[in-house]
Write a protein of this length. Structure first.
Length: 191
């Protein structure tokens, strides 16, 4: 959905969430509608600790001059058992219009952070794929909008976490890129 992508690039995450939820609510009720009104903000304290640990490990142990961080969610549409976040560190920020440089990271987190609160959606995605729910056009539309909302809620979480740590944590002063694996076209940059 180009409109969602444009809102993400403009930094209008809250508007993108509202518009995506409105579009989903117009479709016939499905298991994917349970995401409406649910966020991931409960993960702000563990995400802060995860980023603190990661930044310290990268700068002190790996001696990387961190110029950017990428918070990447796993391939959640096919990896239903555990939704998680992985962190990558970069020593430079190349062309923001061409994100091919994201594959050239200087360091990565040894551990991951499990996303909690969306377990019912994980099960819904699993059942959808296993029952070939994608063959139903309306259910496929609901699933796609739910996918956007999962990513948008992740971006909302990271945005709130970074903003809450401005002036407190050094990692909050570098650009933080946020998306899910295979959704690089929906990447959000927090400055």
């Amino acid at each position: 959905m180009q409109q969602i992508q444009d809102l993400i690039q403009a930094g209008q995450i809250e508007t993108a969430i509202r518009e995506t939820e409105a579009a989903l609510s117009q479709l016939p009720a499905s298991v994917f509608h349970q995401i409406i009104g649910k966020d991931l903000l409960n993960l702000q304290p563990p995400l802060t600790a995860f980023l603190n640990h990661f930044y310290t490990a990268m700068t002190e142990e790996e001696e990387i001059d961190v110029k950017a961080i990428y918070v990447e969610m796993n391939s959640f549409t096919t990896q239903y058992d555990r939704w998680l976040l992985h962190l990558l560190a970069y020593e430079s920020v190349a062309n923001r219009d061409n994100l091919d440089w994201l594959t050239d990271f200087a360091g990565e987190s040894e551990k991951t952070l499990t996303i909690t609160g969306f377990e019912a959606l994980q099960e819904a995605n699993k059942n959808y794929m296993q029952s070939e729910g994608y063959r139903d056009d309306q259910l496929r539309q609901s699933c796609e909008l739910q996918e956007y909302l999962v990513i948008l809620r992740l971006q909302e979480l990271v945005k709130h976490t970074v903003n809450a740590n401005k002036g407190k944590a050094p990692w909050a002063n570098v650009p933080v890129f946020v998306s899910a694996h295979d959704y690089e076209d929906l990447i959000y940059i927090i400055q």
